[in-house]
Design a protein around this ligand. Structure first.
Ligand SMILES: Cc1cc2nc3c(=O)[nH]c(=O)nc-3n(C[C@H](O)[C@H](O)[C@H](O)COP(=O)(O)OP(=O)(O)OC[C@H]3O[C@@H](n4cnc5c(N)ncnc54)[C@H](O)[C@@H]3O)c2cc1C
Length: 457
């Protein structure tokens, strides 16, 4: 019989798994190395999260995340909306009325810390769930091929199963990994959060990313978040030291001011920074294959199993989807932890692996194109990827719109647009003489580099 479960790590995967399992009647200990969130949401920016440094970077929560939250943790979904998170309706293009049978679809942008703060409110109220902060899980304790508990700082916590939700640098998974695939994302992030001043209209929250800037050579965006906050982010090649100056506050501001589309929210009197410029490097796509003799009851979730490029904004959805799958498997197989582990592996192979491969492919292509620009030999503009073309042509054909958005929001598989129906619909739209609108390109690579250089004087 399985009664006691330890969840190691209180990020998106850990908080949601702990809630879902406690609601199934399990006795759950959630162990998180960082301290608790502040009592008031208004103090959220002060929360120290060294265990999950991506909390300081913008987050888009795609349709899959929103759908799972609404269906699996509806109280958390309602609480998020009550605490300043605005959803973006994706059922139809802006200004177009969706047909009556359109699939409901919404996403949202929010500071990641706000989402965790709301999840913590539910965790604190949840019977059967104990949250222990400031403790690190060091090791999974096993005996005769079964999990018996975990070693935390100086003590052992007994458990029948351990959910490893300690993120991409899991200290636990190495002991059970047969093989790890790793492929660099090919970018370094530089982000800063801001708060809009009174009377300044919010940035548009439609489409992802909200405002896009940058040609080949770098990327950038301005993301509307909760409670009149927003984030500006630039992504550059790891070896690009010219853009590496984005780590300096003044240089970052000079670069952000060089993006005309950001003007309405960054010009003097519009917004105030709420924190410094924060970098994040060492980003990889990672896939872990567990060894066959992994003990029954070791259950990895989220970034532990599969880490994807943040540029694609998919990781939080996979973390919540894994937690929901685990909860269903525990319900289906009850005490048979071998079957739960096998089910989790099958789910990862079926649902996550194709997205992992899709992301690696995109990153290789983008890195090649960015390098060509940075080296001064820009490639001729390539045709738009099918997913982008279908989304743009969706302004003319609702079904195309729906299919493109379902894929973009992880609610259909990566290859779901590669069908005769989509090609026929695209041909029909193109035959009318319609052409894809020119995407707002933002500054060129040399323009951005010059803005940084000019700042240094
Ligand atoms: C720069 C950046 C931007 C991103 N933007 C997006 C986005 O826009 N949309 C999106 O969906 N995804 C985004 N992601 C990905 C997303 O943040 C991750 O996929 C997601 O956080 C994974 O959740 P998780 O719970 O598995 O891991 P994490 O969120 O990393 O949580 C792991 C938790 O475990 C704790 N922990 C670690 N070790 C221990 C230990 N030994 N004992 C106890 N606790 C421990 C940590 O403190 C942390 O709280 C981004 C990632 C990065 C790096």
């Amino acid at each position: 019989m399985v009664s006691r479960i330890v969840v190691a790590g209180g990020g998106i995967a850990g908080l949601s798994a702990a809630l879902l399992l406690a609601r199934r009647g399990y006795s759950v200990d959630l162990v998180e190395r960082d301290g608790p969130p502040p009592k008031d949401l208004s103090d959220i920016q002060e929360w120290q999260r060294p265990g999950a440094p991506q909390v300081r970077h913008p987050h888009m929560f795609l349709g899959l995340f929103r759908h799972l939250l609404q269906t699996r943790l509806p109280d958390v979904h309602a609480d998020l909306l009550a605490h300043g998170v605005d959803e973006v309706d994706m059922t139809a293009p802006p200004g177009v009325e969706a047909p009556g049978d359109a699939t409901e679809l919404a996403s949202f942008g929010s500071r990641r810390a706000t989402v965790e703060w709301v999840l913590h409110r539910a965790v604190r109220k949840q019977a059967g769930l104990r949250l222990r902060h400031g403790l690190s899980v060091r090791e999974v304790v096993t005996d005769q091929g079964r999990v018996r508990g975990v070693r935390v700082d100086g003590a052992v916590l007994d458990a029948d199963a351990v959910v490893d939700a300690t993120g991409r640098r899991s200290p636990l998974v190495g002991a059970f990994t047969k093989e790890a695939e790793e492929s660099p994302c090919g970018n370094v992030y530089h982000s800063r959060f801001y708060h809009l001043l009174d009377g300044v209209p919010k940035p548009p929250t439609f489409l992802v990313p909200v405002v896009f800037a940058g040609g080949a050579g770098f990327g950038g965006g301005l993301y509307a978040h909760d409670n009149r906050t927003f984030a500006v982010v630039f992504a550059r090649l790891p070896e690009d030291e010219a853009l590496g100056r984005l780590r300096e506050t003044g240089a970052f501001e000079a670069a952000a001011n060089a993006v005309a589309q950001f003007g309405p929210w960054l010009r003097p009197g519009s917004a105030e920074p709420i924190g410094d410029v924060v970098p994040m490097a060492g980003l990889t796509n990672t896939w872990r294959e567990l060894s066959p003799d992994t003990p029954d009851g070791y259950l990895p979730l989220g970034d532990v199993l599969c880490t994807t490029d943040p540029i694609l904004g998919r990781g939080a959805s996979f973390a919540l989807a894994g937690a929901a799958e685990l909860s269903d498997l525990m319900d289906r197989h009850q005490a048979d932890l071998g079957a739960v582990s096998a089910g989790l592996r099958a789910y990862a192979e079926r649902e996550l692996r194709p997205w992992y491969e899709d992301g690696v492919h995109d990153d290789v292509e983008r890195t090649r194109s960015w390098r060509a620009t940075v080296d001064g030999r820009p490639e001729p503009p390539a045709g738009l990827p099918l997913a982008v073309l279908a989304a743009l042509a969706g302004q003319q054909d609702h079904r195309l719109w729906e299919l493109a958005q379902l894929r973009a929001n992880l609610m259909a598989s990566p290859d779901s647009l590669d069908t005769p129906e989509v090609r026929e619909r695209l041909d029909t739209v193109l035959a009318t003489g319609w052409e894809p609108p020119v995407l707002s390109p933002g500054p060129s690579y040399p323009e951005l580099r010059d803005a940084l250089t000019a700042h240094s004087g």
